[in-house]
Design a protein around this ligand. Sequence first.
Ligand code: FNR
Length: 354
Amino acid sequence: MVLPPLNLFEYEKQAQEHLDTAVWDHYQGGSDDEVTLRACRDAFAQVWLRPRALVDVSSCDLRTTVLGTPISVPVLVAPTGGQGLAHSEGELATVRGAGAAGTLMVVAMFSTRSLEEIAQQATGPRWLQLYVRSRAQTRHVVQRAQAAGYQALVLTVDSPRPARCERDWRNGFAGFPFGNYDEAEFIDPRATEGDKALIQDAVTWEMLDWLRSLTSLPIVLKGILTAEDARFALEHGVAGLIVSNHGGRRLDGSVPALMALPEVIEAVAGRCEVYLDGGIRRGTDVLKALALGARAVLVGRPVLWGLAVNGEQGVRHVLSILSQELETAMALAGCPGVKQIHSSLVRQRGTFGS
Ligand code: FNR
């Protein structure tokens, strides 16, 4: 008898049993030597908590808001393409699982189901992640997102070119069907083996002004790792930033998101919301990211593991494990609510300074 997973690492192990090697490697893998992939996780061990004693933690309040939308836990579902490879229902199961867990899903533009189908099954809020290839395609997808009730656009800015995801190349990973597009629209003539995905290497900050002129939906940038870009983003009127290196799947050697967070928080100085993703596996990881200034975190691979193991229920369970772990961690740290989580809760060593 297979016991229900106790934590996200047990989900990871069970998910491997459910997936073909090529899909497993595609989900798990990073770029080049996967240095950043490993560092994303290791960064959490560089931050230590400073728990406070004798605080009434008889009930801990995990609720918060993101861009004004209430959610019951500060953990969002990160956009990941190709969820149909994990489960036949793909994104439909994920959006129901996220809604049941009381949180928000960021739907990837390269979903296997269409954004309209996903919206129809949603029981909670959702944002749509975008890559920009051409203005005509972008205008069209923005209109569709608005019509389908998406509440924000998440523009991923860390992918001017496909990265070297060599596990995929070695496995001859065949990709997945696109729910929103005709695949041919996105194959760049310069693409080489393994590089079927889009190329957006001519996109610059001006495009952001154009995107804002198209829509009144708030725009969140995903993939910011420096104070310089955070300041640019603010000048271009973004509503939020996701500090992220795409889970170690883009520039290998780029700074782990958790280490980049303090400089982005300092540069932003409260002028927009800041979120973080990459390597979140435990409630204590969420607590550390929030203490360093994130409003919420996003989880990518763990949601795919839950989906692979048990569809909607698996997604819901993964999110509820993180929620319960966060609740326990907050109680043990003397934090009765997410509003009480602040920087005095962490002590940073080594590369984090102080
Ligand atoms: C991703 N990610 C991603 N990001 C994005 O903006 N658009 C996308 O289409 C995808 N697709 C995608 C597929 C797969 C299989 C993975 C694992 C990741 C990145 C994702 O949103 C997020 O940044 C990372 O997954 C966060 O790291 P963890 O939680 O997986 O460690």
